[in-house]
Design a protein around this ligand. Structure first.
Ligand SMILES: [Zn+2]
Length: 301
């Protein structure tokens, strides 16, 4: 009987600060991939897993950062490792960053800040002291939590208030860029497969089934338009059991998806659900630590 360990990456890049711990350096990524290639059967997320024998490893990326295409893809191509990039579509061909990166730019970069930040709308009003880095870090954590809960519209409204407060435009930092049409068009589809990660990265379980359908179907359509072929795999934003629900799974099935990835630890086995494939997050580990973690993942701890 085959077993599949699916790894979840987000970013491959050199970095100075990584608040969300989503980045792996190119050096570590290349070491990790080289060792996996030597030791495991590397399979694609869209492959037919029922026929897999023994232990196989599948590489996936969430969110659709541009560094996946510019830095990770050449390493994967060189080593002939298949991978899937699940793309959030709203930032394609814009200069906007993912919302958690925008939040970080607004509160945690090294610059001079005003002493207080005042947020107000028809639902909510609050003033925070943000004169020190620790205070801004607290606000970052609070806003991250609120923005995750609140839905896309409110999130954008609050982000505009933060940007106005800083005097920023929507144009983000080049190093945090999201995939562009030309990146998606130029990938070698035999190597890198593209999957759906919704339009705006919401917590799907907080949405009605119609809103979920919209988020998933619009993203699927956009990617299919760009790629000129069907896109039949999906990963749920945030992906823990509380971030999606039965409606999400039924929408995915009705749209013809063949498989969907969650963000819950575990190993996939032939009788397991193909619409809640477990994945293990990889951090910026050196080779020794990575080997140790992979062993732990297989043991299911
Ligand atoms: Zn995501």
């Amino acid at each position: 009987m085959g077993r599949v360990l699916t790894l979840l990456y987000h970013r491959v890049r050199p970095y100075e600060r990584d608040v969300q711990l989503l980045s792996v350096t190119p050096e570590h990524f290349e070491q990790q991939m080289g060792w996996l290639k030597e030791n495991y059967n590397m399979i694609g997320f869209a492959d037919d897993w029922k026929s897999v024998e023994g232990e196989a490893v599948c590489v996936t990326f969430d969110d659709g950062y541009r560094d996946n295409f510019l830095i990770a893809a050449p390493i994967l191509n060189k080593l002939q490792i298949p991978a899937t990039v699940f793309v959030t579509t709203e930032n394609i061909d814009t200069e906007r960053e993912m919302w958690w990166d925008e939040l970080e730019r607004n509160l945690l970069v090294d610059k001079k800040y005003q002493k207080t930040f005042h947020l107000s709308d028809e639902l909510f009003e609050c003033t925070w002291d943000v004169g020190t880095f620790e205070q801004r870090e607290d606000l970052y954590n609070t806003m991250h939590w609120l923005m995750k809960l609140t839905g896309t519209e409110k999130r954008n409204e609050w982000m505009w208030q933060l940007q106005e407060w800083n005097g920023y435009t929507e144009n983000g930092r080049v190093e945090n860029a999201c995939a562009m049409t030309k990146d998606l068009e130029s990938i070698d589809i035999s190597q890198i497969e593209i999957g759906v990660h919704t339009v705006s990265h919401p917590v799907l379980s907080k949405l009605s089934i119609e809103e979920q359908q919209n988020e998933i179907q619009m993203a699927k359509r956009k990617l299919e338009e760009i790629l000129g072929r069907q896109v039949l795999t999906m990963s749920y934003p945030f992906g823990s059991v509380s971030d999606y629900n039965e409606d999400t799974i039924s929408v995915c099935k009705s749209l013809g998806f063949s498989k969907a990835a969650a963000n819950i630890p575990g190993i996939w086995k032939p009788n397991d659900d193909l619409y809640q494939v477990p994945r293990q997050i990889v951090r910026d580990w050196d080779l020794q630590q990575f080997q140790k973690q992979i062993k732990i993942f297989w043991e299911g701890k």
